[in-house]
Design a protein around this ligand. Structure first.
Ligand code: FA5
Length: 345
């Protein structure tokens, strides 16, 4: 072995040991990358040894040193690889703990910053009404809010130009045939839809939103809610209607309340009545209309009036909620102020 080969081997051994120690001291993956770039780069210690290779005259020595250089590079790379894995694992767990979310803290801060919502009085009343009627053996049905003139008026025994149509201040929807599509003014059109779809006997209630061209005041809203009731069976009489309304009054308002029916007029019922309830203090309030289903309406629903008879009713849910909770003004229920709703849940 020549002296020059000896010194190359020595500097290669130095380069290897100082490289291994630099690798083991790297504190992060990025530091390791720059250590490796220096060690194995063009100006690095390994490259310096490599550049000496050409100067060796003895071809055998050159080969042998070449093998040593390759081994040194492989040793550096494998040391770097295992160090890289070690550093990566450490960095990953640091990152995980930095990003860890404390769910208890999150829940507490959500509780502090968010207030719980409350169900609207009308929703509460509707759900309670449904419960009461389901308890009395009724099923629940729904119909569309945008209705045709046929269902809202005509099928309810109000042909075009019938004066009773003016009982409801109607909001019309633009349509091909002027006046043929309306925002339903009451839930009574659902009576027809149910009769057309369900085979009798029918015991159904139909809650929903209705629309009228009205100026809001303490007892009127342009958008409000009704619940329609329909009973169709054989041999149904006015006494069944009165009995049902009385049972409902007690179940919904309480035992201290009672009901009465006053003669009235609706084109779709005959006879017709207004339904009032008496508060425990003796005062009366009007809640809705009712009556025996008119034969024309039974026919429009596809039923034979000789075989089937029935009664129907329609109450204002907003007014019932107002009454049940002692609210003075319907408009307060639509103020969207949580402090108002919170008082009633
Ligand atoms: C009707 O709408 C009939 N369809 C009721 C009916 C059904 C009669 C079945 C016979 C058989 P009326 O227009 O009176 O009737 O309204 C019924 C109830 O809705 C009223 O008694 C009242 O409680 C409520 N109501 C009416 N207008 C308003 C309004 N603008 N704001 C809030 N509630 C209202």
């Amino acid at each position: 072995m020549s002296s020059s080969s000896h010194s190359e081997r020595a500097s290669l051994a130095d380069a290897l040991s100082s490289g291994i120690s630099a690798i083991s001291q790297a504190a992060s993956t990025s530091e390791l990358r720059s250590v490796m770039a220096t060690l194995t780069g063009k100006k690095g210690a390994v490259a310096a040894v490599k550049s000496q290779l050409g100067r060796l005259d003895n071809i055998e020595e050159r080969k042998a040193l070449g093998v040593l250089v390759n081994e040194a590079v492989a040793a550096l790379e494998s040391a770097a690889e295992s160090k890289f894995r070690e550093l990566k694992r450490a960095e990953f767990s640091t990152q995980i703990s930095a990003e860890k979310v404390d769910m208890t803290e999150l829940a507490l801060s959500a509780q502090a910053s968010q207030r719980r919502g409350r169900m609207h009085l009308v929703t509460q009343a509707t759900e309670r009404l449904e419960d009461v009627f389901v308890g009395l053996g009724f099923q629940i049905a729904e119909g569309p809010e945008v209705e045709t003139d046929f269902y809202n008026f005509e099928a309810l025994n109000m042909p075009p130009s019938h004066p009773a149509r003016s009982m409801w201040d109607t909001l019309f929807i633009e349509s091909d045939v002027e006046g043929s599509v309306v925002l339903r003014t009451h839930t009574s059109p659902v009576q027809i839809r149910v009769m057309q779809e369900w085979p009798p006997p029918i015991y159904a209630v139909m809650p929903g939103r209705v629309f009228r061209k009205e100026t809001p005041d303490a007892t009127h809203m342009p958008v409000f809610h009704q619940i329609e009731g329909l009973v169709i069976d054989r041999g149904i009489t006015f006494a069944d209607l009165a009995g049902t309304i009385e049972s409902f009054t007690k179940a919904f308002f309480g035992d201290g309340f009672t009901s009465r029916l006053r003669p009235s007029y609706f084109p779709f019922t005959e006879p017709s009545a207004e339904f009032d309830i008496r508060r425990p203090d003796g005062s009366w309030i009007e809640l809705g209309g009712c009556g025996m289903v008119h034969p024309h309406v039974l026919r429009a629903g596809g039923l034979d009036p000789e075989e089937w008879s029935g009664f129907a009713f329609g109450f204002g849910i907003d007014r019932m909620a107002k009454e049940r909770h002692g609210v003075n003004d319907l408009r307060d229920m639509y103020s969207d102020d949580i402090r108002f709703t919170e008082q009633f849940s």
